[in-house]
Design a protein around this ligand. Sequence first.
Ligand code: NAP
Length: 311
Amino acid sequence: MSDPHFQRVALIGIGLIGSSLARVIREKGLAETITISTRSAPTLARAEELGLGDRYCLSAADAVKDADLVVVSVPVGASEEVAKTIAPHLKRGAILTDVGSTKGSVVSQMAPHVPEGVHFIPGHPIAGTEHSGPDAGFAALFQNRWCILTPMPDTDAGAIEKLAAFWTACGSNVDTMDPQHHDLVLAIVSHLPHIIAYNIVGTADDLQTVTKSEVIKYSASGFRDFTRLAASDPTMWRDVCLHNKDAILEMLSRFSEDLSALQRAIRWGDGQALFDLFTRTRGIRRSIIEAGQETPAPDFGRQAAAPGAGE
Ligand code: NAP
């Protein structure tokens, strides 16, 4: 196993993910120094107030000079701009990674700018909450969650191992796959559920004018569970939709077909079809609990504010 420790880490973007990384790096002693950079002065000032790093700079170019590990944690639509800004200043031998929720698009935005001698290894921790900004992060976010790395075919194996060791030290289990496969998998496990949640909450909001406050009042009957996902960061999710378009459209058309079949079963009173589907899906939840990715506690385990309860 490689040494997970880095001399100098630069975190570009210090929201939920960046600040969780800063906290876990500090807690586990995974770097000698942490340099933090973000585009706005108020966010940088807040990161400093929270004591998340050792150095703070508005210039991402300055932040990455001398860094052995650079982690870009910004909305995926900003990846190219950030890559262009930092590329000329990256140290030879440094590892450059990101945490973006889409991978094919991040690779095409960033890879062309990465200089020779820098190890570019895109990544995605499958951990998150609906909260944003430097206050939202916590050190345990990545604990027992998966982190997917999508290295290029010619990426140095030692660098991949080192980054994998780093994520393992952060508490994650690490998988590698190609970016296209990542995008397809995430379209169904993450992107589609968020889109469905945004849609159902939007529909209910339209109805609210008819049913007054009843949607809110009786929300514990199921609706409430969608509102957590639908409260996720609008910028992040706009970018996910725009940057994983093909895989999301593919999954949406599968979803629409299955929804039509469900609609037909309800219309024709096909109780057996409904019962069979609902039994199958209940089994999926059981498997997720058995895999340690959810707790069996009532209220979806959220009374205990389960860390990393979803992306
Ligand atoms: P966040 O809390 O909203 O923080 C975003 C950070 O990016 C802030 O430092 C912000 O800077 C900066 N930023 C925003 N727009 C930018 C732009 N156009 N150019 C440069 N910097 C910009 O976001 P997050 O939840 O940490 O998400 C960061 C990345 O992680 C995203 O790519 C997301 O897809 C991925 N991710 C998120 C989750 C999740 O559940 N949230 C889970 C896994 C992966 P200022 O505040 O200074 O403007």
